[in-house]
Design a protein around this ligand. Structure first.
Ligand SMILES: [Zn+2]
Length: 74
């Protein structure tokens, strides 16, 4: 289980990968079983898209590469 550090102040949104986002603007998201889930970056969303079930159950390692924000690639 990843360790989740919840900020003391302000809004905090958990990501599908076990992190916390303060601001959802420009963050990739997807729908999983009727709920919106958020990702820390696009590489993270790509990993989810390849195999959503395994990603959500923590069986896929978190991607380490950084890719630029690129909503137009979806
Ligand atoms: Zn992530």
């Amino acid at each position: 289980m990843p360790i989740i550090i919840v900020p003391k102040e302000g809004p905090a949104y958990p990501t599908a990968c076990g992190g916390i986002l303060r601001d959802l603007r420009n963050r990739p998201s997807a729908e999983f079983r009727g709920r919106s889930v958020y990702f820390c970056r696009w590489a993270c969303l790509r990993a989810y898209e390849k195999d959503p079930l395994r990603f959500m159950s923590g069986q896929i390692p978190h991607p380490l590469e950084e890719i630029p924000d690129a909503p137009n690639e979806i």
